[in-house]
Design a protein around this ligand. Structure first.
Ligand code: SAM
Length: 325
């Protein structure tokens, strides 16, 4: 099979401009002000996130990659031959390569991501490196229902969900349970779900991971305002906001905020949003789950936890969950 045949056309179910505007206006009208973190990922946001993954302070990526490398054979054995792989929030598609190198004749890879251009480039690059692998990219908000593309060939296929990057931590625990329930429905009975979850740790490690010395995470966070200006015609002055990363021990989560440096009004269409000096827009949560806490969440979503692997420094965990047959 050549690259052109194995890579299918991208299915575009991404949120439109109206949905983006509605979310932004709703979030900036709320008190405290908030914006959904999924909108951090336009093409520039995805590019900046890839740079974050390489930062010395950002331990999650290198730790999860090392764990996946050492456990890829175990995952391949659990998945079995001819599996259909569905990756939620696939990003640059770096981690799936470790699994693809270990899996026996995967039948189909479905990367799902909200960031269209980045998804398309990642799928192209993967098709170059895995020319025999059928790839069917889906640009969608994975919190909304979508269906899986048809699988080539015949016979039953084991479906394997993959949700790395501790992206599960961007949901509140209630949202995470709802997402996991939806993923189980999509994957079907007897499937497998592999989730990377960041573990709780000292804030002296956590805070720099979300506020690096080079300022890449700050640029990632502020890029959301640039996107709102460009796509919705808002009038944010980027120099009048700064990035802040906070550890919230009561909720076991890192938070990203954009702090208004002065009292100001920001126009957006017919709206004007007033900011007091020091007022923030809460842009992202990253919940940290202990092993048992995450297994409990997975059980509440209907899964049977099968395996959990952590690195020797107990920074990060990978959970293997069974969807009961
Ligand atoms: C934290 S990054 C992780 C990227 C990659 N999986 C990794 O492990 O490095 C989150 C990814 O999920 C995507 N994403 C975030 N919210 C999403 C949503 N609601 N629906 C689909 N994709 C989403 C982003 O575009 C981004 O690629």
């Amino acid at each position: 099979m050549n690259v052109a045949r194995s890579l299918r056309e991208l299915q575009d179910l991404s949120p439109g401009l109206d949905e983006f505007r509605e979310s932004v206006v709703g979030g900036l009208s709320a008190s405290p002000k908030t914006l959904p973190c999924k909108f951090l990922y336009d093409a520039e946001g995805s590019r900046l996130f890839d740079r974050i993954c390489d930062l010395p302070e950002y331990y999650p990526t290198r730790t999860e990659v090392a764990l996946l490398r050492s456990r890829a054979g175990d995952i391949a054995a659990l998945a079995g031959p001819g599996a259909v792989l569905v990756e939620f929030g696939s990003g640059a598609g770096v981690k799936i390569r470790l699994l693809l190198e270990a899996l026996r004749e995967p039948a189909l890879y479905v990367p799902v991501d909200i960031s269209r251009d980045h998804l398309s480039a990642a799928a192209d690059s993967l098709a170059e490196d895995f020319p025999d692998l059928p790839i069917a990219p889906v640009c969608a908000d994975y919190t909304a229902p979508f269906s899986l593309p048809p699988v080539p060939g015949v016979g039953p296929r084991r479906r394997v969900g993959f949700f790395p990057g501790s992206t599960i931590g961007n949901f509140t625990p209630g949202e995470a349970t709802a997402f996991l329930r939806g993923a189980a429905r999509l994957l079907g009975p007897g499937s497998l779900m592999i989730v990377g979850a960041d573990l709780p740790k000292d804030p002296s490690i956590l805070v720099p991971a979300y506020d690096d010395a080079a300022g890449v995470t700050a640029a990632f966070n502020l890029n959301l305002l640039r996107r709102i200006n460009r796509e919705l015609g808002a009038g944010f002055d980027l120099a009048a906001f700064r990035h802040e990363a906070r550890w919230n021990p009561a909720e076991s989560r890192m938070e990203m905020h954009l702090v208004s440096l002065r009292a100001q009004e920001v126009p957006l269409g017919p709206h004007r949003f007033a900011f007091a000096e020091g007022e923030t827009i809460h842009t992202e949560n990253s919940y940290k789950y202990g092993r048992d806490a995450f297994a409990g969440l997975a059980r509440a979503a209907g899964y049977c936890p099968a395996e959990v692997w952590t690195d020797p420094a107990a920074l990060f965990s990978i959970h293997v969950l069974d969807v009961p047959a």
